[in-house]
Design a protein around this ligand. Sequence first.
Ligand code: SF4
Length: 202
Amino acid sequence: MKSLTFVYAVHNNLYINLTNRCPCRCTFCIRQQADGAYGSDSLWLEREPECYEVLAEFDKYDVSRYNEIVFCGYGEPMERAEDVSYIGKELKKRFPEAKIRLNTNGLSDKINGCPTAHLLEGAVDIVSVSLNSGNAADYMAVTRPKWEDSFDAMLSFAVECKKYVPQVMFTVVDVISEREINESKAISEKLGIPLRIRAYDS
Ligand code: SF4
């Protein structure tokens, strides 16, 4: 079932679902396993929402009650990089105290065909990049992206984000091997980007 659920609350966060487009086909992606996420309505969008529609949704919520506003969803938010930038900046104007996070596969520069990290300046406080694995071969096997050089592109994007966003982190899911966890930790240390090892369903 398709819907127009593009802003939704889960636990203490508000999530923004801008698009279902994504250049990856991750083996673990919840897009392949269920129609809704975490008890929300269906997140398969009937159509992509306009920026003003997303912003209007925030009138329905007491934003101060939530820990974070998160660009996330059934797809890669940076498929709409300019809109992430615009919406994030508008939300910052309206809710200066709100913490805004972007969850991303880190392939924005490949998607958009140009550097994009600068668009996040003043729009988000945290960028959480899915590292997924500590080496290119396993990364490619798990995420199955469109481009052969995706692993390096993702790392470069994360490093670039440090220039524009106060907090950048990598995430891996705890189902990967100990070797991959250790490789991920080594990359994290080398690039100076903290690693969050998260539970499969968090
Ligand atoms: S990058 Fe995210 S949305 Fe895209 S396939 Fe992987 S888990 Fe799913």
